[in-house]
Ligand binder design. Structure first.
Ligand SMILES: Cc1cc2nc3c(=O)[nH]c(=O)nc-3n(C[C@H](O)[C@H](O)[C@H](O)COP(=O)(O)OP(=O)(O)OC[C@H]3O[C@@H](n4cnc5c(N)ncnc54)[C@H](O)[C@@H]3O)c2cc1C
Length: 447
């Protein structure tokens, strides 16, 4: 079997909770915060919040990491499915351009490289080298066309900027749109997409990426099950009100919840967010992506551990496949946009039908018939998450810069604040570190 090179320099497939985290993968016991005031409060315990809290803690400032859910990790969540660790969200990330891999290695946590090559299937067969070259060239041409449109100052729906890629047109649109950012390209800003250029995902962890983040966060001062409903930054200290009563106070706040949570008005701000920033949140709705995990015993597709397989778009909804996770029988199909919305709404029955249809069309009926049960993610309907990543709408592509500007005592962090790494774990982690640097600067003296 030929191993083929990546079709593009770009990690265009930023591809990919309701299940219980079972004891084997359970989070370590966290230090729970006491009621005292702190230098820095970090709201949201995903990659961005954890990165921020680690950096603040290392500086000697006092901190509390406030998480509404029962676990840390946010859109990186490892659950047990079929007796194996299954990442419902981010399941790999870029080693470079992020402190995450360095932090994991320093903490002695296991990392493993994933194959840099991606495989391509069409009509139930692996693509021939020439077909793969055509596909890779089509991706490159499309990315250049989108960049040229943005450079010319035309911030329009990326679908209108697509060159004719012949038989690959629909596949390229799926890989860059629903499977790359969870939205149809007609709904994605050329400017926002052109700026996105994260390093390729090249590393994962045998314990699961969600479990990796939880272990990394072990030394932090954490409040789990604490949902912030209001942030008052008008006084000497910022005051955060929690659902069900109680407040926490801090000299400065890093807000690392998903953009969609803020856009939905789940947190009230006093004073209110500046109108321009509030407008930017409205113009960055969520792309939707969901994972469907299943066992394919005996490696019937003859794939290598952790390979990522692209598939020519056809009659079934577009998907991609993470094969043989960690060398096991676990395979994970990723779906985006409307298909992801269907999985989140209907759960396992929808995931099973979609996975079987996708496998039958991409690899043949024999593989599809082997799938008996699935486990699915449901990010899009989780009120604490509300989607996979924030994506700029046509005409609003310049708005992402607004998220990087501090608002008084408040600094925003999260995947959506990264100009070139939005929608990625590495981008989220780096954004938390940047926010922490500012918080450390503004809290120069003791609390
Ligand atoms: C299916 C899927 C697959 C993906 N695959 C990949 C991949 O392979 N590689 C990659 O790089 N990226 C991937 N991503 C993207 C990546 O997971 C995200 O970019 C990243 O995890 C976002 O981190 P974050 O810290 O910005 O936000 P989150 O991880 O969402 O963290 C935000 C936290 O805020 C908490 N919160 C919300 N509201 C409140 C409140 N009011 N008070 C307190 N806490 C609150 C939430 O519970 C959550 O824990 C994937 C995403 C999805 C959905």
């Amino acid at each position: 079997m030929t191993s083929l090179p990546r079709p593009s320099r770009r990690a265009f497939l930023a591809a990919s909770a309701s299940a219980l985290i079972l004891p084997r993968f359970a989070a370590p016991a966290f230090a729970q915060s006491s009621a005292g005031d702190v230098d820095v409060a970090i709201i949201g315990g995903g990659a961005a919040g954890i990165a921020a809290a680690l950096k603040v803690a290392a500086s000697g400032r006092s901190h509390v990491l406030i998480e509404a859910g029962k676990r840390l990790g946010g859109r990186a969540a490892t659950v047990e499915a079929f007796g194996l660790p299954f990442d419902l969200g981010a399941n790999r990330f870029a080693r470079t351009e992020s402190g995450l891999a360095d932090a994991a290695e320093a903490a002695g946590l296991p990392l493993v490289n994933v194959p840099s090559a991606r495989r391509l299937y069409l009509g139930g067969q692996q693509a021939k080298e020439g077909q793969y070259d055509d596909f890779a060239a089509a991706i490159g041409r499309t990315e250049r066309a989108i960049a040229a449109t943005a450079d010319a100052g035309r911030d329009i729906g990326a679908a209108s900027a697509l060159p004719d890629a012949g038989v690959w047109t629909a596949t390229v649109a799926a890989v860059l749109g629903p499977l790359g950012c969870g939205r149809s390209l007609a709904e994605v800003s050329t400017l926002d997409l052109a700026r996105r250029d994260p390093a390729p995902d090249d590393v994962t962890s045998a314990i699961g990426v969600g479990a990796l983040l939880q272990r990394l966060a072990a030394p932090l001062n954490v409040r789990l099950g604490a949902k912030v409903t209001r942030i008052d930054t008008g006084g000497r200290l910022a005051v955060m009100a929690l659902e069900g009563g109680g407040t926490l106070r801090a000299r400065t706040v890093i807000l690392a919840v998903p953009a969609a949570v803020i856009a939905a008005g789940a947190i009230r701000f006093n004073p209110p967010l500046p109108a321009r920033l509030a407008g930017a949140f409205r113009a960055y709705p969520s792309g939707l992506m969901e994972h469907v995990g299943f066992l394919l015993p005996g490696n019937p597709l003859d794939l290598a551990p952790d390979e990522l397989v692209d598939v020519k778009a056809g009659t079934t909804p577009p998907g991609a496949l993470y094969a043989r996770v960690g060398g096991t029988d676990l395979h994970v199909a990723v779906f985006g946009a409307d298909t992801a919305a269907e999985i989140a709404a209907k759960g396992e029955p929808a995931g099973l039908a979609l996975a079987r249809g996708f496998l039958a069309a991409s690899f043949g009926a024999t593989a599809a018939a082997k799938v008996e049960k699935v486990a699915v993610s449901r990010w899009s309907t989780d009120p604490l998450i509300r989607g996979a990543m924030a994506v700029g709408t046509p005409g609003a592509g310049a708005g992402r810069r607004a998220f990087a500007e501090p608002v008084g005592r408040l600094t925003l962090a999260g995947e959506y604040t990264s100009l070139d790494g939005w929608g990625t774990l590495a981008g989220a982690f780096a954004s938390g570190e940047i926010a922490a640097e500012r918080a450390i600067r503004v809290t120069g003296g003791p609390a």
